[in-house]
Design a protein around this ligand. Sequence first.
Ligand code: IPE
Ligand code: IPE
Ligand code: MG
Length: 237
Amino acid sequence: MANSEALVPPQHIAIIMDGNGRWAKQRGLPRTAGHAAGAESFRRIANYCRTLGVKYLTVYAFSTENWKRSQDEIAGIMRLLRRYLEEALRDMEKNRVCFRFFGDLTRLSPQLQKLCLDAQSRSQDYDVQVNFCLNYGGRDEIVHAARAFATEVAQGKRKPEELTEGLFENFLYSAGVPDPELVIRPSGEKRTSNFLLWQSAYSEYVFMNVLWPDFTPEHLDEAIAEYHRRNRRFGGT
Ligand code: IPE
Ligand code: IPE
Ligand code: MG
């Protein structure tokens, strides 16, 4: 177990779980094997976050752009998600994780949608809240929110001039969840890939040269230590 001495973790950490495919390729394995290893890594890190006392963990599991991948790979990822959620529902009491899902779930299979809804409704008031980003895109989220607000205007419930940043946030998938202080991207890529565009406006980004399946609690400690070295000014001096 990593040494977490004296590092008070941020209350909300977000992770772009990237690098599964490259991890598999390095080993001559199919990409799906990389996703299976990535799912293990997620279990490990979610547990570690609970140990540290992190309140919210948001993970990017499948983006609105990931539908461009092969049918085989998508089916493999969906199978792993199904298995993970079935297991999470079974071990709910033990893991004490509260689930929320960010993204447009309507494109997922009815079976997977039901598992998501069950996981969300049956896990409340637990220690850690995991926000699973599934068929999630930051741009899609903003458009979805704008449409929901416009609908209320059209229904006469609201006036356009009522809209503020604070009100708009209530229409996002992340409504009620504080913005992440820290966003971690493993795998060596240095881009957001459409993750939490609104919420990460003032987040500290830590890019790490490790593939997600190899990501350990020590890497999380390292990212948190790096976060503590940053000077957050929020536009001030
Ligand atoms: C992240 O790993 C998992 C998903 C996007 C679903 P990748 O599959 O993107 O792995 P690389 O980037 O190809 O190594
Ligand atoms: C971002 O990774 C999405 C997830 C980790 C779920 P990608 O692998 O899809 O991003 P790009 O293609 O490198 O930008
Ligand atoms: Mg990738």
